[in-house]
Design a protein. Structure first.
Lengths: 530, 185
């Protein structure tokens, strides 16, 4: 019964109720009927016996058997009475009645009463007249209890079948009015759950709770349907957006691919160009080196033979010829110097670097000493801050310092009181080494030309030089990854600053003033003595 | 069954005692039956109210010319009542003494005297009972002995004349009913 549908439950409930009610009702009815039948029959027979007794009283009193017999014959009108008998007060049977055939009748009357014997009811009734017993009446009637039971049961069966049929009809009606909307609701709910189909609506057929339920469910489904539609729309929108994004991503990726491709191509081209450039550079350097090298021998020849002409034939060519030869020699020597400087520059560019901690202060002092040694007569105040270290190539940085200090020495040569300083200070937000002089200086508008090769701000007549030195310095500093710049004012000296990436300062550097003075004195003394 | 046996025994005992009593009284069976019938006739006869002095005054039965019957009747009606009336049995020597009687039995109806008296009695509300005979006496009921059984005839005209009403029950057991409105039997 738990697994079945509500319809079957309804039917079963109705049929069960009807069945039980009917069984009890029918049983009660049958029992009542049978009891009634029995009581009625007994009452009837008893009354019949009494009436019979009253009727035959005269016959008994006057001993008239014939009259009694005639009277008994009236019982033919009572089909259910099989036989009857009249007994006198003394117990003698004086009249008898048999409906069919002859039956044995009790020879003597019994006491008053009714009893059932073998499908018959036996009635004995005393006949009393004027307070005297005048005789007895005996009746024997059919006791149709079984027939009654059968009739009753068949009626009951008929009623039963009819009631069950009505019950089934009622259950059908109930299904129509109660379970059908419920079943429809269930079907719709199943549709909603299994197929997501919200379109079906249960019709409201009743105004009871089921009707209310149907209305509520319909409303709910409508809401659900609307929500679902909204959701679907939102979903559609979202998926469209996702699609668009995908497309954008796709194109982005494609363009990225293109960019990458371009990058790769670019790198390839850069590499190729770099290689070409390197090759060209090498060729160029090799060329310039060989040119420089090869240029030296003809120059040497020019210089040497000019000297030979001057020495061997000086008297023959006159003063003018000597002068020319002197100028030829000077030119040749100058060209040789140029070639040397070019070779130097070339070497600076090509040489391999060996980075190591280097004491720049020592190197600077060494440079100053060399300058002083070259011109011992010059009176110069040299100041070197001691203990300045940097990680760099010792050889290259020496070349750079040679050039910077040599320039300072050279361009301050016209001052009576030469003052050159090497140290370290803050400039342009950087800790930079510097070489400062109090020489001729230069105009800052030409500062950008300073570090080009063969660029000179002064004529050879003013100051000798090839215009290679600062180019070489710049090359050295660049190779170390540093920077170089200058500050100057015409007539008031120039300061050259440079940085090295891993420059260091020794903390316990000696006091600049004292040591400067000593060195100054020392140099001055040396110069004066030399 | 025990009860049944007892009752049958009782019937036999009653029958026996009847016989014994009858024998003891010395009355023969015919007399006994007639006495009983006389008593029972009272049950089926309605007298006019004027016949009694009061509602409780007894029914008086006069017996003439049969001493044995008188005694027998006296014996059986001793304590019995009919319709709330006791029964008084009176033996009368002369028929003239019919005054106050309700039932008059004449054992022998021979002689003119009887006729003369009966002519008077016939107008009175008295149930006259006589023995059957050729006398042509105007009795209302006549005893008849037929095939050794005691029976009786009823004459309705006489009864009507006397102002008596006889129950149809009585008529139904009568041997012969004589009268205009009698049933054919």
């Amino acid at each position: 019964m738990i697994g079945k549908s509500i319809r079957q439950k309804f039917t079963a409930a109705i049929l069960m109720t009807v069945f039980v009610a009917l069984v009890f009702a029918v049983l009660a009815m049958v029992a009542y009927n049978l009891k009634n039948y029995r009581e009625n029959l007994f009452d009837d027979l008893s009354t019949q016996a009494s009436l019979l007794g009253r009727g035959v009283t005269p016959a008994l009193q006057f001993d008239d058997a014939r009259a009694a017999e005639i009277y008994l014959k009236l019982l033919i009108e009572r089909p259910n009475i099989d036989s009857a008998a009249i007994y006198s007060a003394r117990g003698k049977q004086i009249a008898a009645y048999h409906r069919s055939g002859r039956e044995d009748l009790p020879p003597l009357p019994d006491s008053d009463g009714i009893r059932v014997d073998d499908g018959s009811v036996l009635v004995f009734k005393r006949v009393v007249a004027n307070d005297e017993i005048v005789g007895s009446v005996f009746l024997k009637a059919k006791y149709r209890l079984n027939e009654h039971v059968l009739v009753n049961l068949s009626i009951a069966l008929g009623v039963f079948i009819l009631a069950m049929a009505i019950a089934i009809l009622m259950s059908v009606w109930l299904q129509r009015s109660v379970t059908r909307p419920l079943l429809l609701v269930t079907q719709i709910a199943r549709n909603v759950v299994e197929k997501g189909d919200y379109s079906l609506r249960a019709e409201k057929t009743t105004t009871d709770e089921i009707g209310n339920l149907v209305v509520s469910l319909n409303t709910m489904w409508e809401t659900l349907e609307q929500r679902t539609e909204q959701l679907e729309k939102a979903n559609l929108k979202l998926s469209n957006e996702v699609e668009e994004r995908k497309e954008i991503e796709h194109s982005l990726r494609a363009s990225e691919q293109v960019v990458k491709q371009l990058n790769v191509e670019l790198e390839q081209r850069v590499k190729e160009r770099t290689m070409q450039l390197e090759v060209a550079n090498q060729e160029l350097e090799a060329f310039s080196y060989s040119v420089s090298h090869d240029l030296r021998s003809p120059l040497r020849a020019i210089d040497g033979f000019s000297l030979a002409v001057l020495e061997d034939h000086g008297d023959q060519i006159g003063d003018s010829g000597k002068n020319y030869l002197q100028r030829i020699r000077a030119g040749a020597q100058r060209m040789g110097q140029l070639i040397d400087d070019m070779l130097k520059l070339s070497r600076v560019s090509r040489s391999t670097m060996k980075i190591q901690p280097t004491n720049l202060s020592e190197l600077a002092e060494q440079c100053f000493r060399e300058c002083q040694d070259a011109e011992p007569a010059r009176n110069a105040r040299i100041s070197v801050t001691s203990g300045l270290f940097a990680s760099c190539d010792h050889h290259l940085i020496k070349i750079a310092l040679d050039n910077l200090i040599g320039n300072a020495w050279k361009y301050s040569s016209r001052k009576n009181d030469t003052c050159i300083e090497f140290g370290m200070r803050q400039n342009h937000d950087k800790h930079a080494f510097f070489v400062q002089d109090n020489g001729v200086g230069f105009d800052m508008q030409y500062a950008n030309k300073l570090f080009g090769a063969f660029q000179r701000l002064h004529t050879v007549g003013e100051f000798p030089g090839t215009g290679i030195g600062l180019a070489t310095v710049k090359r050295v500093i660049s190779r170390h990854g540093g920077e170089i710049w200058a500050e100057a004012e015409p007539g008031r000296g120039a300061t050259f600053y440079f940085t090295l990436p891993t420059q260091q300062t020794v903390a316990n550097a000696p006091e600049p003033g004292g040591s400067d003075d000593e060195q100054q004195a020392d140099f001055a003394g040396g110069r004066q003595s030399g | 069954m025990g009860l049944l046996m007892d009752i049958r025994d009782w019937f036999r005992a009653m029958a026996l005692s009847f016989l014994l009593l009858a024998n003891a009284a010395g009355a023969d069976l015919e007399t006994q039956i007639k006495a009983a019938y006389l008593y029972k006739f009272c049950l089926y006869v309605d007298w006019p109210v004027s016949a009694f002095e009061s509602p409780n005054s007894p029914i008086t039965i006069g017996i003439s010319r049969d001493r044995a019957l008188s005694e027998e009747l006296q014996r059986i009606t001793g304590q019995r009542q009919v319709k709330d009336r006791s029964i008084e049995v009176r033996y009368i020597d002369s028929l003239e003494a019919f005054k106050g009687l309700h039932v008059l039995y004449v054992g022998s109806t021979t002689g003119d005297e009887s006729k003369a008296v009966f002519a008077k009695v016939a107008m009175q509300p008295i149930l006259t009972v006589i023995e059957e005979g050729p006398s042509g006496m105007p009795g209302i009921i006549e005893f008849v002995v037929n095939e050794s059984r005691v029976k009786f005839n009823v004459k309705l005209n006489e009864a009507e004349q006397a102002g008596l009403h006889l129950s149809s029950d009585l008529l139904s057991v009568a041997n012969v009913v004589v009268g205009a409105n009698s049933r054919p039997r």
